[in-house]
Design a protein around this ligand. Structure first.
Ligand code: UT7
Length: 340
């Protein structure tokens, strides 16, 4: 028997964004000695000048809660109206229960659906796509989508390929009902040929059923920088073009480009390959934030709106890409000026 249920067609949009950057600012000069590098090299090769690291007793969930409180307040809704929490992260140190349930507990949100997304630096765009589809299909009304990381807990400070890149922070958006289409179709995908190019090792890579688990060391992040760089520059540019076309737009309709903040040279290359016009305002939050994986897009969105208030309500292209290798992106209408 067919279900007697009419699928609602409710449009969705980002109602508000919130961000939290831990107060401790770490300049390149603090890191260079251990990796035989220099402030000049790091700035030239990545654009990074400084980044934020969380305090030892500040967890990734604590940071997520701070960003979420701001997003919920700006959206002008009661926290109890949130019916779904999606938390994108790779640095919550527990397999279960999930980071999203810790946020629900800290925010005293009762009964909400809560789950985590493990899609590395693409996690926020995966979560945003899911939130949009859940609202459109009637499974949710107000979804809190969080990207938060405390990567400083998983860094090898002697690794020349990672120690200066990754950093900490949290961003969150509230997605809710809208009269018009505020989030375009999400493109999600993977390139598993390059699965080991970024990995937390020696955790699961060394693990085989029957391994002595006591031998496993605390995991740290590693990456084959050049391999990821080449992939990002060639493959992610194609994804970006596909996202714009799927939304029924052209590059001229885009007001802002907010890619994952992995490397400023990748951001420049993507902007050029996708033939984005000079009028497009490009997020370069990496300079003072570093690469915060799943947190990087909402952090960059918050910073861009603070610098360019005229972008509220305008179209932005978001693209996340990272370990897996995986990618996801969409065109969104940036949130309106906050009510609070
Ligand atoms: O968030 C997930 C996605 N991640 C990414 O998209 C990251 C993509 N990759 C990158 O951002 C870059 O590959 C890195 C920033 C990681 C490295 O930059 P690169 O321009 O690819 O450096 P490279 O590995 O090609 O090395 C170039 C030179 C070498 O010297 P020679 O052989 O040309 O004399 C390296 O030995 O730079 C040297 N080098 C360094 N020098 C100072 C490599 N690492 C360092 C360092 N400091 N940290």
């Amino acid at each position: 028997m067919t279900l007697k249920f009419t699928i609602p067609t409710q449009n969705a949009r980002i109602l508000a964004v919130g961000a939290y950057r831990p107060p401790r600012v770490v300049p390149n000069s603090e890191l260079v000695e251990r990796i035989d590098s220099s402030d000049e090299w790091i700035q030239q090769r990545t654009g990074i000048q400084t980044r934020h690291w969380a305090a030892a007793d500040e967890s990734v969930a604590d940071m997520a809660v701070k960003a979420s409180r701001i997003a919920i307040s700006r959206a002008g809704i009661n926290p109890q109206e949130i019916d779904t929490i999606i938390f994108a992260t790779i640095t919550y140190p527990y397999q279960t229960p999930s980071a999203s349930t810790e946020v629900a507990k800290q925010l005293e949100i009762k009964g909400a659906a809560a789950f985590d997304v493990g899609a590395a630096c693409a996690g926020f765009s995966y979560g945003l796509g899911l939130a949009n589809d859940m609202i459109r299909s009637g499974s949710a009304k107000y979804v809190l989508v969080i990207g938060a990381e405390k990567i400083s807990d998983f860094l090898d400070l002697d690794d020349r390929a990672t120690s200066f890149i990754f950093a900490d922070g949290a961003g969150a958006v509230v997605v809710g009902p809208s009269d018009s289409v505020g989030i375009g179709p999400t493109t999600m995908g993977s390139d598993v040929e390059n699965r080991d190019a970024i990995a937390m090792v020696p955790s699961w890579i060394d693990y085989k059923p029957g391994s002595d688990l006591t031998d496993l060391a605390w995991p740290v992040i590693h990456q084959e920088g050049q391999k990821v760089f080449r992939w990002a520059v060639y493959e992610v540019a194609k994804v970006g073009k596909e996202i714009i076309a799927k939304s029924g737009l052209t590059p001229a309709d885009i007001a802002a480009f907010i890619p994952h903040q992995a490397n400023e040279r990748i951001i420049d290359s993507l902007t050029k390959s996708m033939e984005l016009p000079d009028t497009v305002i490009v997020a370069r939050d990496i300079r003072t934030t570093g690469n915060t994986s799943a947190a990087s897009i909402p952090l960059a969105m918050d910073a861009l709106l603070a610098q360019h208030p005229d972008l509220h309500g305008k179209n932005a292209l978001l693209i996340g890409f990272g370990a897996g290798l995986v990618y996801a992106g969409q065109v969104v209408e940036l949130p309106p000026l906050p009510k609070n």
